[in-house]
Design a protein around this ligand. Structure first.
Ligand SMILES: Nc1nc(=O)c2c([nH]1)NC[C@@H]1CN(c3ccc(C(=O)N[C@@H](CCC(=O)O)C(=O)O)cc3)CN21
Ligand SMILES: O=c1ccn([C@H]2C[C@H](O)[C@@H](COP(=O)(O)O)O2)c(=O)[nH]1
Length: 282
């Protein structure tokens, strides 16, 4: 079984067994019919994925690698906040009449800041430091910008990446690790979607900075299973997982801004049946 399946099954069992229910609490999200969307939640879940061993994609059901990569590139590379620049429709409910999700995600990544070396946005700052100052402990992004929260249609969930480079004994190349900080996680709809996105990002940054991939540590403050997802989760984690597929990233690309979703592929991706029409809490 793949390591990602193992971690996912353990996390779901932990939430279902040891989590607390939000039923009766004053909750913001609701189902499209207006009913409050309650959850079973666990505070402070930490999952570690060793990207040098396996690509952390679920085999229990298919995760849409190309759509997930496209959304990550929408934020980190195209730095857009408009759904017209995104191939999937996962953000449609949060966009205004012009397609904007407000000053969230890609908008924040595109904001230039003054540094000693000049004006840069957060993505270029990360790439600059990984290339020029890889052992710095200050390589991180943060898109949870309080002054702009009132202009975001949904507050950022996966809001910060901290990059950390290690020099392993006997290896010429440096190793790139990262921590993804997430304040809120819809386990069925988006846990593996988010893990895959940031695993792809670490692979891409490592390649353009001539490094090996190391660990991705996913820190989740509120890991929850929505009430209408509980049965689907129970069925999903009772399935028999498959071995992890092999991840391929186009080795020709050496500039982060040249990657497209066609530059990522999986070999031997065997999965369980897809769960169709997962309801999404709004
Ligand atoms: N309640 C909630 N859960 C979320 O996961 C979520 C939000 N809201 N709000 C904004 C974004 C949108 N995200 C989403 C929404 C839907 C899917 C989803 O339905 N994924 C499909 C595949 C979609 C495709 O193939 O393009 C899936 O089967 O997982 C994924 C991420 C994550 N976010
Ligand atoms: O990348 C994402 C974006 C959103 N989510 C989920 C997490 C929550 O279920 C909702 C957001 O609701 P809040 O009340 O703002 O926490 O969206 C996700 O898992 N991953």
């Amino acid at each position: 079984m793949s390591l990602a399946d193992h971690i996912f099954i353990d996390m779901c069992n932990d939430i279902l067994t040891n989590g607390t229910s939000t039923e009766g609490e004053k909750v913001r999200p609701h189902w499209p019919d207006g009913t409050p969307a309650y959850t079973i939640k666990k505070f402070g879940v930490v999952n570690r994925y060793d990207l040098s061993k396996e690509f952390p994609i679920l085999t229990l059901r298919k995760t849409a690698l190309k759509s997930a990569t496209d959304e990550m590139l929408w934020i980190w590379q195209r730095k857009s906040n408009n759904i017209h620049d995104l191939k999937s429709h996962v953000w449609d409910e949060w966009a205004d009449a012009d397609g904007s999700i407000g000053k969230a995600y890609g908008y924040q990544m595109g904001v230039k800041h003054q540094y000693k070396e000049g004006m840069m946005d957060q993505v270029d700052r990360v790439i600059y430091d990984l290339k020029n100052n890889p052992f710095s402990r200050r390589i991180m992004t943060n898109i949870y910008v309080h002054q702009d929260l009132h202009e975001m249609n949904l507050y950022p969930c996966a809001y910060s990446m901290t990059f950390n480079v290690t020099q392993k004994k006997g290896e010429d190349r440096l190793t790139l690790n990262a921590i993804l900080n997430q304040r809120s996680q819809d386990v069925l709809a988006a846990n593996n979607w988010n893990v895959v996105q940031y695993a792809v990002l670490v692979h891409m940054l490592a390649q353009v900075c001539d490094m090996n991939v190391g660990e991705l540590v996913h820190v989740i403050a509120d890991a929850h299973i929505y009430d209408r997802h509980v049965d689907a989760i129970k069925e999903l984690i009772s399935r028999e997982p498959f071995p992890a597929p092999k991840f391929w990233l186009n080795p020709e690309i050496k500039d982060f801004y040249q990657f497209t979703p066609d530059d990522v592929k999986l070999e031997g991706y065997q999965t369980g049946e897809q769960i169709r029409d997962i309801p999404i809490a709004i």
